[in-house]
Write a protein that binds this ligand. Sequence first.
Ligand code: ZN
Length: 617
Amino acid sequence: MYCLQSQRNGLTGHLESISAWLSKTDNAWLQPDGKGKWGWEELPYWLKGYANIGYMLHDDSMITEAKWWIENVLHNQRSNGDFGPMQLKNGKRDVWNNMPMLWVLQSYYEYSNDARVLQFMTNYFKWELSVPDEDFLEDYWENSRGGDNLYSVYWLYNHTGESWLLQLAEKLHRNTANWRQKDNLPNWHNVNIAESFREPAQYYLLSRDKTDLDATYNDFKLVRNLYGQVPGGMFGADENARKGYDDPRQGVETCGMVEQMTSDQMLLASTGDPFWADNCEDVAFNTFPAAFMPDYRSLRYLTAPNMINSDGKNHSPGIANEGPFLMMNPFSNRCCQHNHSAGWVYYAENSWMATPDNGLAAQLYTAGSVTAKVGDGAQVQLVTDTHYPFDEIIHITVKTAKAVSFPLYLRIPSWSEFHNDADVLVNGKKVPVVPRAAAYVKLNGIWHNGDQIELRLPMRVQLREWPRNKNSVSVQYGPLTFSLKIKEQYVQKDSRAYVQGDSKWQESADTKAWPAYEIYPASPWNYGLLADRSKLNSLFTVKKKAWPKDNDPFTINTVPIEIEASGKQIPSWTIDQYGLCSVLPQSPVQVEGPFVKLTLVPMGAARVRISAFPQVR
Ligand SMILES: [Zn+2]
């Protein structure tokens, strides 16, 4: 919840006052004919997170602001059913930017039950069904991302049950890029991959052809095998994944992280496979938080597992992008600047899910509460209290007006397989089940008001080895990966001087209130680790510290857990001609001299970081 509050106080909560893309004058999103300026993905990217944070925090002013935009979108639907900015590509209507706006409307409906949304989407989908195939989803982005549109069509079908919507679903699949190829993808753009690899599994819900479902798993594995031999749950694809650029110094775009987490949540919901929750945690805890300054007032376009500076220089071709893509800037970059808003709020929304047997599943552990109808229709509230992943215990309290019977599922993360000693207690008594990793514990029972459920997930240090990335190693503690604690030196910069691409300020914006930052390492970073699997207990010491007063565990000076380790500096591992840490040396590395004590911090808190270490002897 602290992340949502930080976002409200940060860029997400104030973006309207500084980004011209959210301008209320001459904005194509506000015109019935869809003509005008600023008519692209930025408004819905921002609104899908901003509005939902408002709903979740019960923030009237955010809800009112979001509603203003939503009312305009609803009001400006054209008579043929089409809506939004009139984007034409080669004379054909490009519908990409409408896809995230449909998600905004779905969330708004789930919050408000405003029936106009169902009629609006019905009208729009009838129009989409009327567009000839040869004019439909022809441009690059919409063609890659048809799965986003498919998601909305299923959503409406689940509300109205009108069978013609399934014809549109078939049409969307038919005209979307082919994400079902063996050993290849339609394109290698990082965000497209994270967003679109799920399309075959989405279509599987209609086709029931197992090869569709398998295609999504295969895409995931293909990308991880080639570019994801790194900690943090993502893959090195700066802009586009490039052959030969698979070292942990390659980054991923912040939009890519948000879309990966969103895809994981959708796949978790449709397959029930906790594999997707594991990946979602990995990205959310280890990669996503480091993309932002701790106050969520600026962010960077690219974040990598091994990243020893975060400056405003050009690092191409070491990374794919030319320009200041590593610095923290409120204007980094036009897409991520708006699209980052949904990352944490979607995570929270997907923390609980309904199950087919009228129960509830705890999917992503986070403090908060869910109110739901269960069993024969009784309403219950479940309140979760935890600092997971910085805490091994998750407490859930049942609140109900009367005794109620329903199954309750608790997800056991895959990382617990290493020691297999997870436990579940109900009202202080151990439940006689053996929790299995990467599966669910099912608690059948009659629940009473005040019942207490306690899930214990003991964490221990484990190593992950990356034989295909020079035999490097990363340190795990539960779902957290740990990075070298590097002293961070922050240098404030004029963000306007580093505006990237088509990012645009509102003319009235106070640029001094929204500075950019470079971050440099103020202590050595080129250490290798002594990593002997048989001596984990003696080589690594876990130090638990007080929970941070400001509730932010993702800042190096206030992290609640540190790990002491041993290593040696590797003098030959230096900064290369592109200003990046050079590619990992092959492990093991022989280095003279004694071992020194190293401090490791959670990877999500390290904004300059080494997370995949060479092994030293
Ligand atoms: Zn982006």
